[in-house]
Design a protein around this ligand. Structure first.
Ligand SMILES: Nc1ncnc2c1ncn2[C@@H]1O[C@H](COP(=O)(O)OP(=O)(O)O)[C@@H](O)[C@H]1O
Ligand SMILES: [Mg+2]
Ligand SMILES: [Zn+2]
Length: 326
């Protein structure tokens, strides 16, 4: 695990503990001001240890304490407060915001570590958030192209369908959502729509990893061959609640990268976690490039979606070039 990530997670846990303590002190202050009788009872309760040390009969002290506690709870309720108002309220009752439970990392600390690892990865990738609102169907109007099956397709209708599906997918996202495969030529909006989904799903609080296959694989490769135990990009990629692998097919293909592609696809299918893969190629090209065990999973388990149209990057360039002369 990355040392910085662990430190950040521990800092977050201790910030919670400090906050719980401060809130508890604030409540005591409030109650002392509002209910003087209770302040008196609390003062008595605070003397318990001192009384026992001073040699008072333990059973008597205990009995009086119990009565005092009941009286305190009654006083609180009489003044409209819940009986546990003065108890400590931790974010995680299990470990009382220490991060450790029964000698191990508490689940709350593990959650924080995983959230911070993903944040750490996203800070170092080129994650650039896009939105559905910035996605215009104008670029596909009046364009007819052949799809995979050599049928003529109205690009506007096909892309309207894709856009609509992606919006629904993002707003109904759960960790059991299906995996998607966006394929088609470059510049038709695959990355744009996948990032629109990422934006929406991140805003719902899910842990999302987005990266281009090239960058991600070179990092995984480096960590693998340097035996870097402090970094665990692959582990995070296998566990993220949503993984977006952009530009499959642009990696420099080796047996290592192929085994990573297979591992990611297969493990995430087995864990039932959603993945979105984009690829700038036809389904035939993909079948040629990857082994049947990869292709069969991509086309059978993922929902394949063809993106179709003209290269929007080029269209925008032409528009901008033209507008200089207006
Ligand atoms: N429908 C669209 N409306 C507006 N801009 C788009 C649309 N589709 C793509 N773009 C823009 O065109 C460029 C190329 O699109 P991108 O999504 O990267 O294509 P792909 O991933 O299919 O190669 C990006 O700057 C993107 O924001
Ligand atoms: Mg792209
Ligand atoms: Zn905990």
């Amino acid at each position: 695990m990355n040392q910085q990530v662990f430190q950040d997670a521990m800092n977050a846990v201790s910030a919670r503990r400090v906050r719980a303590k401060a809130e508890n002190e604030r409540r005591y202050q409030e109650i002392n001001d509002k209910i003087p009788a209770l302040a008196e009872v609390n003062y008595q309760l605070a003397q318990t240890a001192a009384r026992i040390l001073a040699g008072e009969d333990i059973e008597t002290v205990k009995r009086q304490n119990l009565q005092a506690q009941r009286y305190a709870a009654q006083l609180l309720e009489n003044h409209g407060y819940p009986a546990d108002y003065l108890d400590m309220h931790y974010t995680c009752e299990k470990c009382q915001d220490t991060g450790f439970f029964e000698g191990r990392y508490c689940s709350c600390l593990e959650k924080l570590i995983s959230a911070f690892s993903i944040e750490h990865i996203n800070q170092t990738t080129k994650l650039q958030l896009k939105s559905f609102e910035q996605f215009s169907l104008e670029y596909y109007k009046g364009i007819i192209k052949q799809n995979d099956k050599k049928q003529n397709v109205n690009c506007y209708e096909k892309m309207a369908e894709n856009l609509n599906f992606c919006r629904q997918y993002a707003s109904n996202f759960s960790t059991h959502s299906p995996s998607l495969l966006f394929y088609g030529r470059a510049g038709v909006g695959k990355t744009h729509l996948s990032l629109s989904i990422v934006t929406e799903v991140l805003s719902q609080g899910y842990q999302v990893i987005y990266d281009s296959v090239c960058d991600l694989f070179s990092r995984i490769e480096q960590e693998h061959f340097q035996h870097d135990k402090s970094a665990d990009t692959l582990e995070n990629v296998l566990n993220a609640e949503l993984l977006v692998l952009d530009d499959l097919g642009t990696e420099f293909q080796t047996t290592f990268t192929d085994s990573v592609v297979y591992n990611i696809i297969n493990t995430r299918i087995n864990r039932n976690l959603p993945t979105i893969i984009t690829a700038n190629m036809s389904s035939d090209a993909m079948a040629e490039m990857y082994s049947p065990r990869i292709v069969s999973r991509l086309f059978a388990v993922y929902r394949p979606m063809q993106f179709i149209g003209e290269d929007i990057r080029m269209m925008k360039k032409k528009q901008n070039a033209g507008s200089q002369y207006l």
